[in-house]
Design a protein around this ligand. Structure first.
Ligand code: 6R9
Length: 642
């Protein structure tokens, strides 16, 4: 329970029983400090099996390269080595299907299917460094395909299955990917959705030919067409053994698109050695995973969280990973707790938006299940408020489990800020400090350290192994580094934050034009360009508003200014939503569309989204006289009556 005395309320201490057996202790942190940066990263790299050990930890001359000279294969590290260690019979993947069906893959079975599919990809002509796009829902074939690609050194590019044909086409074209693994369809809330026709529509709109492999997820056979059936390929190559391709540490493991600050989705590239070291080490140190554990990261594998902590991290450590195809409230709102109970899940990692939904449904659901297998809880994706933090710990973690609030991004590859559950006290509402070996700061506009209590932008001040390769290039290390007054370089994260007196970081939300809605990252510009593409729309600006029922917390609020002779009515509102669904997918469709004759602008003509966000949230705007058109603000306020 939340303690009412302020001193007690500030800190929560992990239980002694947890600290005693934790993977990482205070002494380990001390050893990290003694080794110094970047040499401290040598030991985490030992969690992996290298074909050739690296010549040095970091080469930071010009382009930044982690573990130069080192060679390894991610599929070998996530699969074969566990079989070789006699653990082939242990469960690698425990899958919970939408219709209540289950499937488990032992490490041996996983090895067999990964080898067979890798052989099939090779036979189709996929070579080292050819990009294979995976447009699949949460079915075991998705991690199998990822690992098969990794085995032959073909970077994968996973596209979230909820994305539209247009979004898939942009990603196929942007990566020049000539191979697509998709499925006939999938179930969402009990209804079958057709994925294949979306994939076909995407393929016809890219300039190059795309060869498709189709997994049969629905009962009916996918219409015969110009594609190969996954099941046939795997059966034809049963028993194949494909030697894992030895990749340089710096070679690409995968590509992933994320929402950046521009209208175009941003391509982020991750390396084999640095990325895998980072996710294996953070899975070990922060999620406290080991081979005996069953881990459930509820994020979709289509997002970075699923890549790092549902697939690569837990499998690199030889743990069991739970994969769930469905939604948390279908068929019943206790579905998740039932899965945790049945699988005896040790560590559960989810997003604050889900926790707020669990709170709304009521504590009777987790409490009617035996969740005593849980020993650690984690959150990621958005800030978690103190109330949700305590609810999570009390009702899911039996008031005992440590809760790690982990901050990171697609670009960072893995966790950057968090408490270490076996070492640090927790402060609900704060993520903690940067992990050993990672250095961050909160800086003002000039790039100088902001004192405790003053907000600024969160920056990373030194390279870290999981950093996206795009940050390693350019002069020094990284295109997104900004020069500070004393000539130091920093990676600007785009998040605002404040440090408290104890050095714990509290996140304040995005500083740039990236929206975080229901833990999914979306770009305002991308949504806005879809809206202005609608006939009759002159201008649009999109902001995040607080959701009335506080479950999804953030809602997408679009302010749309129609052309002068066009009525802002429900028909136009519908077309606006449809256009966004088509361009990006239903997750990006605006929840609220407000029509306005004009948008608030500075004298230089820039839309001031800050005012629109304040209007959407009923907050005080302060002085708006510097606007070119201050009257529009009053009109909007009266329109929304907030
Ligand atoms: C892993 C992931 C990154 C953005 C990031 C920030 C927000 C993530 C957070 C958090 C507060 C946390 N974010 N974790 N905000 N507390 N613990 O979510 O990657 O989809 O790239 O989003 O998510 O705003 O900049 P990604």
């Amino acid at each position: 329970m939340v303690d009412s005395s302020p001193d007690e309320r500030e800190w929560v201490t992990p239980p002694e029983s947890f600290v005693e057996t934790a993977n990482v202790t205070a002494a380990d942190c001390e050893a990290f400090r003694e080794a110094g940066w970047p040499e401290c990263w040598e030991r985490p790299a030992d969690l992996l099996d290298w074909d050739r050990s690296f010549d040095s930890v970091l080469d930071d001359e010009g382009t930044t390269r982690w573990f130069p000279g080192g060679r390894l294969n991610a599929s070998y590290n996530c699969v074969d080595r566990h079989v070789e260690a006699g653990r082939g019979g242990e469960t690698a993947i425990s899958w919970e299907g939408k219709l209540g069906e289950t499937r488990t893959y032992s490490y041996r079975e996983l090895a067999d299917e990964v080898n067979a599919f890798a052989a099939a990809l090779r036979e189709m002509g996929v070579g080292e460094d050819d990009v294979v796009t995976l447009y699949l829902p949460m079915i075991p074939e998705l991690p199998v395909a990822m690992l098969a690609c990794a085995r032959i050194g073909a970077p994968h590019s996973v596209v979230f299955a909820g994305f539209s044909a247009d979004a898939l086409a942009t990603r196929l074209a942007g990566t020049e990917s000539e191979y697509l693994v998709t499925c006939d369809g999938y179930y969402r809330r009990g209804a079958a959705l057709d994925l294949k026709s979306r994939a076909d529509n995407a393929c016809v709109s890219v300039d190059h030919a795309v060869e498709q492999v189709v997994v049969n997820r629905l009962d009916d056979d996918p219409a015969a067409g110009d594609h190969r059936a996954y099941a046939d390929l795997v059966a034809d190559h049963a028993g194949a053994e494909i030697e894992p391709v030895s990749r340089e540490a710096d070679d690409l493991l995968f590509l992933i698109y994320t929402s950046g600050t521009t209208g175009e989705p941003t391509l982020v590239r991750h390396t084999t050695g640095g990325y895998l070291t980072h996710v294996a080490w953070t899975s070990h140190a922060v999620l406290d995973l080991g081979p005996e554990d069953t881990h459930w990261c509820s994020a979709d594998v289509g997002w970075i969280t699923g890549h790092s902590y549902a697939v690569y991290g837990p499998l690199a450590l030889g743990a069991t990973t739970v994969l769930y195809e469905g939604t948390p409230d279908h068929p019943e709102t206790d579905r998740l707790w039932e899965i945790i109970e049945r699988n005896e899940v040790d560590v559960f990692y989810t997003a604050p938006t889900s926790i707020r939904a669990f709170m709304k449904w009521g504590e009777q659901h987790p409490e009617s299940h035996d969740l005593s297998s849980l020993r650690l809880l984690g959150t990621v994706g958005e800030p978690i408020d103190e109330t949700a933090w305590h609810w999570y710990r009390d009702h899911v973690g039996d008031g005992e489990c440590p809760v790690v609030d982990t901050w990171w991004q697609t670009e960072t590859g893995g966790i950057v800020l968090s408490t270490l559950p076996g070492v640090d006290r927790m402060r609900p509402g704060a993520v903690g400090k940067s992990l050993p070996g990672i250095e961050t700061d909160v800086v003002d506009e000039l790039g100088e350290s902001a004192p405790p209590g003053e907000s600024g932008q969160l920056v990373v001040t030194r390279p870290w192994p999981g950093m996206a390769r795009s940050l390693c290039e350019g002069s020094g290390w990284g295109a997104r580094r900004t020069r500070t007054v004393d000539g130091e370089w920093q990676y600007a994260t785009g998040d605002n934050a404040v440090r408290d007196e104890d050095g714990y970081v509290h996140l304040l939300g995005r500083a740039d034009d990236v929206l975080k809605v229901s833990d999914r990252r979306l770009s305002t510009t991308e949504i806005e360009s879809a809206i202005v593409g609608v006939e009759g729309v002159a201008e649009a600006a999109v902001v995040v508003g607080e959701d009335a029922d506080a479950v999804r917390k953030s809602e997408i609020h679009a302010f749309v200014s129609p052309e002068s002779n066009v009525a802002g009515d429900d028909a136009l509102r519908g077309r606006v939503r449809e256009a966004v669904e088509e361009a990006i997918g239903p997750i990006a469709a605006p929840d609220v569309v407000t029509f306005t004759p004009s948008l608030p602008k500075t004298r230089s003509g820039k839309v001031v989204r800050r005012y629109l966000a304040a209007i959407a949230n009923g907050e005080d705007l302060g002085d708006t006289s510097a606007l070119r058109n201050p009257e529009v603000v009053g009109e909007l306020e009266s329109l929304l009556d907030r």
